[in-house]
Design a binder for this molecule. Structure first.
Ligand code: ADP
Length: 161
């Protein structure tokens, strides 16, 4: 059984993430969506909020589960028995950073491989950062995130729509 992990901040989850989850779940037997509890970043949504949004969106995907982790990804993977890291490549700008992490993780644990999926062209411009920037000014984010999360995102900026 091949267990994969799709790690990220998901602050907040975007349609690009959802597309990646759907596609990755067809490739591995079981996909764990791992929400990074990164204290260095100052997130808009708490880890619990992010996990619960991801659980909502994946509830009908039988081989997908969601959890949070802190510390090293490779350590968490050992804990849950995962050997494949799924990451998305949007543009060349993602490449150098992703290559570096993938090679480091493989060096630390040779049983771990990183699988890169190219972004669906429709979402290639989309990032959580862009969604937050747009939402903070009351911009229309309905094309960027699952519809049920739109109000929750505006609420963080005290914007009533
Ligand atoms: P991180 O903080 O680790 O970059 P993100 O939540 O921003 O976490 O992204 C998690 C993963 O999802 C990364 O591999 C990223 O490349 C990928 N990703 C982000 N946005 C998109 C998108 N629009 N389409 C496909 N993959 C994406």
């Amino acid at each position: 059984m091949k267990r994969g992990i799709y790690p990220g901040s998901f602050d907040p989850v975007t349609n690009g993430h959802v597309d990646m989850i759907e596609r990755a779940a067809k490739i591995v037997d079981h996909l764990e969506v791992g929400v990074l509890n990164n204290r260095a970043k100052n997130p808009l949504f708490s880890v619990d909020e992010r996990v619960s949004m991801l659980k909502e969106i994946t509830k009908d995907m039988p081989n997908v589960s969601v959890s949070s982790f802190d510390g090293l990804l490779v350590d968490y993977m050992e804990e849950i028995g995962a050997s494949i890291i799924v990451r998305g490549l949007r543009a060349v700008t993602d490449f150098e950073y992703e290559l570096q992490i993938a090679q480091t993780n493989h060096r630390v644990n040779p049983n771990i491989d990183t699988l890169f999926l190219t972004t669906n062209i429709q979402y290639s411009y989309l990032s959580s950062t862009m969604v937050k920037e747009f939402a903070s000014y009351g911009g229309d984010i309905s094309h960027f995130v699952p519809l049920q999360f739109i109000d929750r995102i505006y609420e963080k900026y005290n914007i009533k729509k």
